[in-house]
Design a protein around this ligand. Structure first.
Ligand SMILES: NC(=O)C1=CN([C@@H]2O[C@H](COP(=O)(O)OP(=O)(O)OC[C@H]3O[C@@H](n4cnc5c(N)ncnc54)[C@H](O)[C@@H]3O)[C@@H](O)[C@H]2O)[C@@H](O)CC1
Ligand SMILES: [K+]
Length: 499
């Protein structure tokens, strides 16, 4: 896990790290520049002309060092500078002094935009030192650079994006942001996706113990955290070990939702899946998914009763495609009151709970709630437009009701009642399509059924779902549908080297 710190905390952490290690900030800048170049050289060829735009702070210092290192490796680079070197930081100037003279270094104001050409733009204008919205030449630069039809890469943070809050005005729109050591909070806001692009986190050697003295309950999940949380099954494991899962939902016109959840749970590794749907769904379910068992409620069109003997199941997920009829609400209440095992609450179950205080009171520590932004807004009855406030609200909700909350979106946020918030690293824009939420419900329910704790089921579920989305997106691009995501779940295990 990477602890997420504020810009102020990062600066203080850097100081104590340098002091304790007895190294110079210039050396750390060199490490950061090397880390950037290592990533760059793995991804881009020497045939692409690079224009590096530098400020005169330490972000600019990174840029100048990057220019020297890439040029030394045979990459064609030009530097364009905003600001005056005499106002520059010591480390910026130290790097400027050793910039080889064969590298063109022009003031930004001298660029002839009619004739300006390059393949890759690297933004090292401003990083975590940003302290006001862009104006003047920085604003001008960002506007000009955003309009270029080239690859754009930001060093540490896109210029103009504050580290801890929502952007005010314009910012550099990167295809990739290569950030150092740990992501900055605002790089994880879905609202900033167009500025951050794909986020790459590069280690610059500040090890975890230096983070201990800094208070933060927010973490960025890494692959190794997921590997640690998975259960290992063996040859003699039988289907009972993989869990008996019940999925409740579906209504006329929305049976597909529960089918997607069921298929996703099967592909995630569940042993036995049962579904509980309105009567009309029986032949449809049975003819379309042969691996699931189907039970029906009393009514034909809507879910109007609860299943018998709920204790037969290791876990229950409820909500996909369920509708919000009064009778359905009563059936939900019945299930929430009588079932004591772990549960996933999604979609229409959330919409029903949002309107009923008595049902909110039935939320327990055994439950994972999986709202998207709109559903969350209904649950908290408040505007959650601003990401800083939304993250706080998620914490408040989880602590008030004692449940795990998965707030879905880019970098889905998992909040636990203990007050820890995890940002998920996997996912893709191609997950923004109907039914992917139902897929997530099936994946998370599957892990609960396999005996994972609510926290681990949420973390592993969101991670695998996002990774499956990435893999599906690589093949299908904007044609990705929820079923493609399901088909890629098995590959996520292969990808992580899991059996
Ligand atoms: N702190 C760390 O851990 C490390 C930091 N490094 C680099 O250092 C950067 C931070 O450097 P600095 O603190 O010098 O800050 P920046 O280089 O981000 O900004 C430089 C200066 O620009 C001015 N400024 C702020 N907002 C402005 C605006 N809107 N328009 C015009 N000028 C503005 C401020 O006076 C600020 O100090 C990081 O983003 C990263 O790139 C790396 O070299 C290595 C490790
Ligand atoms: K930058």
């Amino acid at each position: 896990m990477l602890k997420i710190l504020s810009a102020r905390q990062i600066k203080s952490l850097e100081e104590s790290y340098l002091e304790e290690k007895g190294i110079l900030s210039l050396e750390l800048m060199e490490t950061a520049a090397e880390a950037f170049c290592q990533w760059y050289m793995q991804n881009f060829s020497r045939r692409q002309d690079i224009a590096i735009f530098c400020g005169t702070g330490n972000n600019g210092g990174d840029g100048i060092a990057i220019a020297r290192l890439l040029s030394r490796q045979g990459y064609p680079v030009c530097v364009y500078t905003l600001g005056d070197a005499k106002d520059g930081t010591a480390d910026y100037n130290s790097n400027l002094n050793i910039l080889p003279t064969n590298i063109v270094n022009k003031p930004f104001s001298n660029i002839d935009w009619e004739r300006f050409r390059c393949h890759v733009i690297i933004d090292a204008m401003l990083g975590i030192g940003l302290n006001k919205p862009l104006e003047g030449k920085y604003l001008d630069a960002v506007k000009k650079l955003n309009s270029q039809k080239t690859m754009r890469i930001a060093v540490d943070m896109p210029t103009g994006l504050p580290s801890d809050k929502l952007v005010d005005g314009e910012a550099f729109q990167a295809h990739y942001t290569v950030t150092f050591q740990t992501p900055k909070l605002s790089a994880l806001f879905p609202e900033h996706a167009a500025y951050v692009g794909d986020l790459v986190v590069k280690d610059i050697g500040i090890d975890g113990k230096y983070f201990n003295g800094y208070e933060s309950s927010r973490y960025f999940v890494e692959e190794k955290d997921i590997l640690e949380r998975h259960k290992i099954f063996h040859k003699a494991s039988h289907k009972g070990d993989f869990g008996k899962v019940l999925l409740v939902g579906g209504s006329k016109g929305k049976l597909g939702a529960i089918m997607l959840s069921a298929k996703a749970a099967l592909r995630t590794g569940s042993g036995l899946i049962s579904t509980f749907v309105p009567g009309f769904g029986l032949p449809i379910m049975q003819s379309s998914i042969h691996e699931v068992m189907v039970e029906t409620c009393t009514g034909n069109d809507i879910l109007d009763s609860a299943p018998e003997n709920l204790d037969r199941f290791d876990t229950i997920a409820i909500g996909p495609g369920m509708g919000t009829d009064e009778k359905t609400a009563e059936a939900l209440k019945n299930i929430l009151e009588s079932y004591k095992g772990k549960m996933v609450i999604d979609a229409d179950a959330l919409n029903i709970i949002a309107k009923r205080k008595d049902l909110k009171e039935l939320i327990t520590s055994q439950m994972i709630l999986t709202p998207h932004l709109k559903e969350f807004e209904r649950m908290v009855g408040d505007d959650v437009k601003y990401p800083e406030g939304r993250i706080e609200k998620a914490l408040e909700f989880s602590q008030t009701y004692g449940c795990v909350l998965i707030l879905k979106g880019l970098h889905s946020l998992i909040t636990t009642p203990a007050g820890i918030q995890y940002f998920n690293p996997t996912g893709s824009q191609f997950l923004a399509t109907g039914g992917t939420g139902d897929v997530l419900t099936g994946v998370v329910a599957s892990y609960l059924g396999q005996g994972y704790s609510v926290e681990n089921a949420a973390l592993c579920g969101v991670y695998h779902h996002g990774l499956a989305g990435q893999l599906a997106g690589e093949d299908q691009r904007r044609g990705t549908i929820a079923s493609d995501v399901i088909e890629k779940i098995p590959e996520t295990y292969k990808n992580l080297g899991l059996s």
